[in-house]
Design a protein around this ligand. Sequence first.
Ligand code: ZN
Length: 209
Amino acid sequence: MEMRLKHGLRPRPAIGLGGVASDSVAASGQVKPPVSRPSVMQAPVLVLNATFEPINVTAVRRALVLMLKGVAQAEETNHTEVHSTQKAIQVPSVIRLLSYRHIPQQSRALSRKNILLRDRNTCQFCARAFPASELTLDHVMPRSRGGRSTWENLVACCYTCNNRKGDRTPEEAGIKLQRRPRPFTLHTSRQLMRLIGHRDEKWRKYLFY
Ligand SMILES: [Zn+2]
């Protein structure tokens, strides 16, 4: 069963940066990051609190917005640049918030993006990893049977498994859920940060403290 939530990783329309960033903040409270290949814009960026404590993982696109708004600055960059009409910006690998933000122990907002992040873009039935665009969300207990849209009942699912499962429970469809879905807590974030941090040496010095 397919469900699309608001904050999907869909590429947004192309809008150049050329000197309009501060104006557009003032006008609409929103800044559009420069345009680049979607794969670059979706690469993970480690977010540090003002105190250098790692607090989150976000995508390059969101990190650039935070930088352009003056909320965060890049602490580490990778060797890629994104270009606007007037300037080139180094793609960040680690950013730091300029003012301290209290991070509640509450779990994150339930969204398609966060479910894919929790499930590491991996279909929870066949255990294969996919690009976000090739994944949907599956209600483990189908909605038609009273299954709700909760952290415990939504999982990342590839279209093949989603079709195979249809309006059935995993048991009825003869497919096995890889692991029991859980809410995305700060603990999940930390696990994810460490997992990705093993691959990115620029993250490591901030993660193992
Ligand atoms: Zn699958």
